[in-house]
Design a protein around this ligand. Structure first.
Ligand code: DHB
Ligand code: MG
Length: 223
């Protein structure tokens, strides 16, 4: 472990104390992460608040999320879209979805969230085939090898101005290791290359440190 990690967490604690208003429902959702299929893979409090700020800047009313887990980021996004908004979120694991439903109910946002249980690629293809209304913001945070396919579907469900955010694009620096054999890194490369090469999207990526270690977000906007 890099020595700086302890201080990254302290700085996160400092910002959380002063900036991030987590109510009991958000705390409960975060703590229930242990009961999901991927404990500890939820976004951090400052990152959840970041997603909410971006959603509000974008005036998002319709949000699509790949990867629900306990619903921690889902709650942040659902609150950001307001009572008339809608969040569609995909979770592959049925037992994890039960945990998420409980958290969404406790947070008072169950009525504005559609939790779709199953492989996200199948679920999103159904939305594309149904030509649903475009989404205002898409958060891609599920299995990383599928990221290129998720991005392609996200663009198909977008309109000019749609914000697309991808989580975990740094992975402790592994993204810059050309010899990586990790399929999650390969999925990230696909996502980044597509974002860079697709003239329909303007994008960048930002590294983050904090209670979740060293990672980062890709963020783009459809032109
Ligand atoms: C992993 C996935 C995540 O969404 C995350 O935030 C952290 C780790 C993973 O696949 O290892
Ligand atoms: Mg993630």
């Amino acid at each position: 472990m890099y020595d700086g990690e302890a201080i990254w967490s302290k700085v996160d604690d400092y910002f959380v104390d002063r900036l991030v208003n987590e109510d009991d429902a958000l705390v409960a959702a975060r703590e229930s992460s242990a009961r999901t299929v991927m404990p500890q893979a939820d976004v951090s409090p400052t990152q959840g608040a970041f997603l909410s700020v971006v959603a509000r800047i974008a005036g998002a009313r319709r949000v699509l999320e790949f990867g629900t887990l306990a619903g921690y980021s889902t709650i942040w996004l659902a609150r950001a879209v307001g009572p008339a908004g809608r969040v569609v979120t995909f979770e592959i694991d049925p037992a994890t979805a039960v945990v998420a439903e409980e958290n969404l109910r406790r947070a008072g946002v169950a009525d504005r969230v559609e939790l779709v249980v199953g492989p996200a690629l199948e679920s999103v293809r159904a939305l594309v085939e149904a030509s649903v209304e475009p989404f205002d913001l898409v958060f891609i945070d599920a299995d990383k090898p599928s990221n290129p396919a998720y991005l392609e579907a996200a663009v198909a469900l977008s309109r000019p101005g749609t914000v697309i955010i991808g989580d975990n694009v740094v992975r402790n620096g592994a993204v810059a290791d050309p010899d990586s054999s990790d399929p999650r890194v390969h999925g990230t490369w696909g996502l980044i290359d597509m974002l860079g090469q697709d003239d329909r999207i303007e994008a960048t990526a930002l590294q983050t440190v904090g209670v979740k270690g060293w990672d980062g977000f890709a963020i783009g906007v459809v032109r």
